[in-house]
Write a protein that binds this ligand. Sequence first.
Ligand code: ATP
Ligand code: MG
Ligand code: FE
Length: 349
Amino acid sequence: PVVLGIESSCDETGAGLVRDGRLLGQALASSMAEHTRFGGVVPEIAARAHVHALNPVVRGALDEAGLRAADIGAVAVTCGPGLSGALQVGLAGAKSLAYALGVPLYGVHHLAGHVAADTLAHGPLPDPCVVLIVSGGHTSLLLVRDLARDRIVHLGDTLDDAAGECFDKVARVFGLPYPGGPAIDRTARAGDPCAVPFPRPLTTGPPAMRFAFSFSGLKTAAARWAERHRAAGRPLPVADGAAALQEAVADVLTRKAVAACTEHGVRTLVVVGGVAANSRVRALAQQRCAAAGLTLRVPPPRLCTDNGAMIAAVGDLLVRSGAAPAPLDVSVDPSAPLEYAALHPVGRG
Ligand code: ATP
Ligand code: MG
Ligand code: FE
């Protein structure tokens, strides 16, 4: 069947249509511009924007695919984690559509969506593979056997901030525009990655921490570096700071991800989530995977950040694996933990 996926966990309203692992059409709206002057996503504004954007993006995805609503055979929707009000708008819309069309509804964990995004670009995930999820709210290493059947081993997580959060917060300190990750990426192009010796947190230390991450110390180091310049009345070399920060983050992420593959005898590394759109993360991952004889898979940038196609991709995997649909009274789960869900799609029977 054609699976419609709906994403509304944060500031993006996304719809995508997938059949048998193939992306047929997608559309995306973002309320980003409405949050800029606040320096971060305002939950109420995001929820209201989803109300306005939902029908148009579903329509947009259908138009791109050349399909009609009656062609939809199943509806998949993000149930969590994310902003409660934002999630509720997408879920209400998905339930209405599933009910009106008489088709099954699947509740999807947002992070399973980020992982499945790569299947739309590169086909089914090999069993096993190591997945590095790097996004605005998560930094996790997983050993994935079968995403649709929850055959996943959780190798490690960040102990504090996520990588994307680190980029976003440091960008603010550097006076770069919101959202910070893309701004750091752009600004870093003109900078010297060796200009500032930022720390590489948790790269040395107890073996138990080998797949754990920590980015709050790095954030503080960057803030102190900026503060020292300001206190001395020197202009801040923002491009150097951005390049050095980006280098530190990319170094830590790729080093640990490659080590996880080596330790588990896995041949394929998959890097997903918004930070996987970062040019230095992509380049360094490619370089280190090649050196270690690993295959690297990273979705194209527009499938790295939040979108509806990735949710449709999970729905498609669930349908094809014979998973039970969610009941129509399924609720949102704003803090759905990775441990039970990422890979245990929310609201499944
Ligand atoms: P989560 O998926 O953990 O719930 P989220 O949905 O807010 O969080 P994503 O949409 O996956 O996160 O990614 C957004 C994050 O990716 C932001 O922190 C943003 O700054 C970062 N990001 C996007 N593009 C880039 C880039 N080119 N370089 C670095 N970071 C980037
Ligand atoms: Mg977003
Ligand atoms: Fe996300």
